[in-house]
Design a protein around this ligand. Structure first.
Ligand code: NA7
Length: 555
């Protein structure tokens, strides 16, 4: 049991709200807009000096949306917004996404209810008052009936546990916590550890400027050309004209399938010849972007045979690009394609043809230690002026565990989630009444359109809050059994696929000691249909508590 000691504020003042939202990223901003629009008093806290969440932190060179920004990676709740915001590229770069988020905050007058540079350091549920108390880094204390955790699925940077990492004497930056000031690579020897999306996006950009780049690769990756380009005004006009239909399609449940992390092309790989399949792979590769996955056969993630064929196709593309056969060999991925997050690039493999880029295969030549002047691997010393850690995140659950709310009886989330991330619908947790998560474990989260997913989850949360208020109820939480059922559903969907066969951050296996289980719901849009059904059945799997009269003063 965790201590329930409170740290009283000097002035003892507590602010009262209906809802505290933690996080002012894409999800938190929509939650504020929507819940405030229902007449609730809402306060948002965020530790960063500016809004934007993941898009504020991840400003490394080359960072951009890894799918179409318009019409897919954008808010859908306001038709006016769709008409007003002119996306300039098919896959917007980080500065443009951040500018968009800032525009939204101003357009809907959100900033007045947001407190920045304010970390929530403690969040505790009080069973007597049925309210949460949050304590912040600025000394502010707030009480709220509901807490919405919009803390991000890719927010807690994973600093690798490499010996000597704190001894490095040069500049050292994590892609997920990139400096706000411009970073110059000019004339520098730069080492990049990690070849996930962040490494693959940043390495070509860094190599254009640096004296030398050494890439430290643990797992070779498949990557497909992003083929980002300026967004033609005609295309934007078309999106705007057909917006209602496009939005409906984005949220449409799959036809007759419960498994739909990617829409698929509606054709069966087994009903086509190898030549037809190869023609499709080539067509999709030429198209680039996430189309390579989204437009592929539905069997891509279900069938070893089809996945192997696609993987071999992509390995062939690497061989065609990389001139030095030894380097090409080191770059050959050997896991099932797309069971790690699919990566898009702009000249990643071509970068290894440059004279100023060296690839170190850590499987053959592991890092022994980081020294004050560079990285020492088993075979040699790599002298460096700068180290870029593109080593990813404690994804999906890390930010909730960093927050570590304390529920009934003072039990902390860390205690609850020691061996498995039990929750219901990915949004609620037994023992933590009136607390909601957006993009939590067990939602489609990182495998869906994240802004739209955040809207749909928030809408569900808002309806649940409305229900509670309308019925004069004080608290809601899922049952233990509902959590077990949900866990089984998420796991069974995953077990139909190749995902659990690969070490990935979807599986939690990138973080030493983290429970290894797949924590993304693979239902795609079907998930949203599912949660609406739960509500329609009188919130099946939830228990509600009458309002304790003594608690009804605040708000
Ligand atoms: P990822 O996808 O988790 O990639 C992290 C990379 O760092 C990956 O290549 C890892 O190798 C590597 N890594 C992690 N720890 C180490 C250590 N200790 N030594 C060597 N290499 C290491 O994170 P990203 O930031 O690239 O992408 C995250 C998401 O953000 C992305 O999918 C987009 O949605 C946006 P591994 O593969 O684990 O062997």
């Amino acid at each position: 049991m965790t201590s329930t000691t409170h740290h009283p504020l000097e002035d003892g003042a507590t602010e009262h709200y209906d809802v505290v939202v933690i996080g002012a990223g894409v999800s938190g901003l929509y939650a504020l807009h929507h819940l405030r629009g229902m007449g609730l008093s809402v306060r948002v806290y965020d530790g960063a000096p500016e809004i934007g969440g993941t898009w504020w932190y991840n400003r490394y060179p080359g960072a951009r949306v890894d799918g179409p920004s318009a019409p897919l990676y954008c808010y859908t709740f306001s038709d006016e917004l769709v008409q007003e915001w002119d996306w300039t590229e098919t896959q917007a770069a980080q500065p443009e996404v951040l500018a968009y988020v800032e525009y939204v905050a101003d357009r809907f007058d959100l900033r007045r209810d947001i407190r920045l540079e304010t970390w929530v350091q403690d969040a505790r549920y009080d069973e007597a008052t049925q309210r949460w108390t949050v304590e912040t880094s600025t000394g502010l204390r707030a009480s709220a009936q509901f807490v919405v955790c919009a803390v991000g699925a890719l927010s807690v940077a994973n600093k690798p546990d490499i010996p000597g990492i704190d001894d490095f004497g040069g500049e050292c930056f994590h892609t997920g916590d990139w400096p706000q000031e411009p970073v110059s690579f000019s004339g520098k020897r730069v080492g990049v550890i990690g070849t996930g999306s962040s490494g693959v996006q940043s390495i070509p950009e860094i190599a254009k400027e640096a004296a030398h780049v050494t890439v430290f690769q643990r797992t070779p990756q498949y990557s497909v050309p992003a083929r980002n380009r300026p967004l033609e005004p005609e295309r934007l006009a078309e999106v705007r004209k057909n917006w209602d239909a496009i939005r409906a399609e984005m949220a449409a449940p799959p036809q007759g399938a419960d498994f739909a992390p990617f829409p698929g092309n509606g054709r069966s790989a087994f009903e086509e010849t190898p030549e037809q399949r190869h023609a499709l792979y080539e067509e999709l590769w030429q198209e680039g972007s996430l189309s390579f996955v989204a437009g592929n056969y539905p069997e891509l993630l279900m069938s070893e045979e089809i996945n192997r064929e696609v993987s071999e196709f992509l390995r062939g593309k690497i061989r065609q690009v990389v001139r030095d056969p030894e380097t090409a060999d080191k770059l050959m991925p050997d896991y099932f394609y797309a069971t790690k997050r699919p990566i898009l690039d702009d000249g990643y493999y071509e970068t290894f043809n440059r004279d100023n880029v060296t690839l170190v295969d850590l499987r053959q030549d592991p890092i022994e230690t980081i020294t004050s002047t560079g990285v020492r691997t088993a075979t040699r010393e790599h002298a460096l002026d700068m180290l870029v850690l593109a080593t990813g995140f404690d994804a999906i659950t890390g930010s909730m565990l960093r927050l570590d709310p304390k529920g009934r009886g003072g039990v902390s989330l860390k205690e609850k989630w020691q061996s498995r991330f039990h929750n219901y619908l990915g949004m609620t947790i037994n023992g933590f009444p009136n607390l909601f998560m957006i993009h939590g474990p067990g939602t489609p989260g990182v495998l869906y359109l994240m802004p739209l997913g955040a809207e749909l989850e928030t809408d569900w949360i808002a309806n649940c809050v409305r229900y509670l208020r309308d019925q004069g109820l004080g608290a809601v939480e899922p049952t233990h059994d509902a959590e077990k059922t949900w866990d089984r559903e998420v796991t069974e969907l995953a077990n139909k696929t190749l995902f659990p066969r690969t070490d990935s951050w979807y599986m939690g296996s990138n973080i030493p000691g983290k429970p290894r289980h797949f924590s993304v719901h693979l239902g795609g849009p079907g998930y949203f249909q599912r949660i609406v059904e739960v509500a329609a059945k009188g919130y099946e799997g939830f228990v509600f508590e009458e309002e304790h009269r003594a608690a009804s003063t605040a708000g």
